[in-house]
Design a protein around this ligand. Structure first.
Ligand code: ADP
Ligand code: MG
Length: 277
């Protein structure tokens, strides 16, 4: 059973502007079920440090489930089960000797619909994950962290004079950047993003894409997107998921994004990236 733990913020890593040390995430033969319904079968994928990996594929092929498996959220759903392993720089995040918070602190998540705490201040929203993850910080450290994370999320200049205003007063795109800032506050080594721009207008989308580009030097990014142009713009590597009639989801093809788009090896990938289904 999970109990409250206390920990300190990881020390800034001199090589990375964010202070975090990006990690390589590796899924080894990951399968997942909801009850008896298998939604992923033996997915193998390496998501290298310092790179953006895009997960593409039609609705219902298991992309969100895969992301949830990657940070131990899948197991929070009743009847959910998984098999296989997820390695963070070689360390199994499902290791029975480790608490769930050990994985969650290192692997952050941003969702499709921006979900800041609407009545909580912008300042407190950024810090909200620290307590939840049992991380203690000093007051001075917290104020610096708020500025650091809002800067990294590309929001600092817009909100520096209104940090005490509620998160819910921001526009949708700003709220999503606030959520990115919140997930960065624990100095994660990997950031998982599940269609982070689907609910946003094109201008906000471009701002987030720009932020992703800037963040990729200090956090490993895995992004699910329905937008092929976005995958082409933001990712280094790409994995194409598919769940064919009556079969669980799996990866048809993966590799460097440019090669996947220019010279897909599988006809199903070619059809998908060219918008034929
Ligand atoms: P994607 O993100 O690629 O659209 P999902 O991972 O959301 O795919 O869903 C994969 C499959 O798992 C779908 O068939 C979906 O209906 C099923 N599924 C997703 N969430 C649940 C849940 N909480 N309970 C039962 N089935 C689910
Ligand atoms: Mg999804």
């Amino acid at each position: 059973t999970e109990t409250e733990t206390t920990a300190v913020l990881p020390p800034p890593h001199p090589g990375a502007p964010s202070g975090a040390r990006p990690a390589t995430l590796e899924a080894r033969s990951v399968s997942a079920w909801f009850g008896t319904h298998q939604v992923l079968a033996q997915v193998c994928l390496t998501m290298p440090a310092h790179r953006v990996t895009a997960l593409i594929g039609p609705s219902g092929c298991g992309k969100s489930t895969f992301l949830r498996v990657l940070n131990r959220m899948h197991e929070l759903t009743a009847s959910a089960a998984m098999a296989g392993a997820v390695l963070l720089d070689g360390e199994d995040i499902y290791d029975r000797g480790r608490r769930i918070t050990h994985a969650r602190r290192q692997i952050g998540m941003v969702f499709q619909k921006p979900n800041p705490f609407p009545s909580m201040s912008i300042h407190d929203n950024v810090l909200a994950g620290l307590k939840m993850n049992g991380i203690r910080t000093s007051r001075g450290e917290r104020d610096m962290l708020v500025e650091e994370c809002l800067t990294k999320a590309g929001l600092w200049k817009e909100v520096r004079d209104r940090l005490r205003q509620p998160g819910g007063a921001l526009s949708g795109g700003q709220q999503q950047r606030l959520c990115i800032a919140r997930s960065l506050a624990v100095r994660p080594r990997v950031l998982l993003m599940d269609e982070p721009c689907s609910a946003l207008d094109p201008t906000s989308t471009r701002r987030i894409e720009q932020t992703i580009g800037e963040l990729s030097s200090d956090v490993t990014i895995v992004i699910v997107t329905h937008n092929m142009q976005q995958a082409a713009r933001v990712s280094d590597n790409c994995a194409f998921f598919l769940a064919e009639q009556g079969t669980p989801g799996g990866i048809v093809e993966h590799g460097p994004t440019e090669a996947m788009f220019e010279r897909p090896q599988d006809p199903r990938t070619a059809d998908y990236v060219n918008g034929r289904f």
